[in-house]
Design a protein around this ligand. Structure first.
Ligand code: SF4
Ligand code: SF4
Length: 127
């Protein structure tokens, strides 16, 4: 569960972080062919009975991809949903492999950074 805070989302700060990585995020989203090959290398995908929500591509597209497409204009609720994906559905083990060269762990780590910048973290992150 995400930590509860009521502070307004600082979208300028999110945009600033996105801007620094804009080219790589944009290219990653463009390159993804939805081939699902990365899923084979994610142990969590296998442990969770091949639940598509655990596919590395699904995780990066629905976290940093969503932040990018909305240009950082997201609500706290959306950030909390993203935090569920990037902390609860990925351990950043960096084992996922994409034949197109997409650095999926880096994309997920970036989404974590943005969530963290707004005080949205999963509780075990502070332990
Ligand atoms: S292997 Fe790469 S291109 Fe294929 S779905 Fe995964 S991230 Fe997208
Ligand atoms: S970094 Fe995340 S998505 Fe990639 S293999 Fe590890 S748990 Fe799966």
């Amino acid at each position: 569960m995400a930590e509860q805070t009521t502070a307004p989302v600082n979208t300028d700060e999110i945009k600033s972080i996105l801007d620094k990585h804009k080219d790589q995020v944009k290219l990653s989203l463009k390159l993804c062919a939805h081939c699902t090959l990365c899923a084979e290398s994610c142990f969590l995908f296998h442990v969770k009975d091949k639940d598509p929500r655990y596919m590395p591509s699904h995780k990066f597209i629905n976290s940093i991809g969503k932040l990018y497409k909305k240009k950082g204009n997201v609500s706290r609720k959306t950030l909390e949903e993203i935090s569920e994906i990037v902390w609860r559905k990925c351990v950043l083990c960096t084992r996922c492999y994409c034949p197109f060269g997409i650095d999926i762990p880096k994309m997920i780590a970036l989404a974590r950074q943005i969530c963290r910048s707004q005080g949205v973290v999963q509780q075990f992150d502070k332990e």
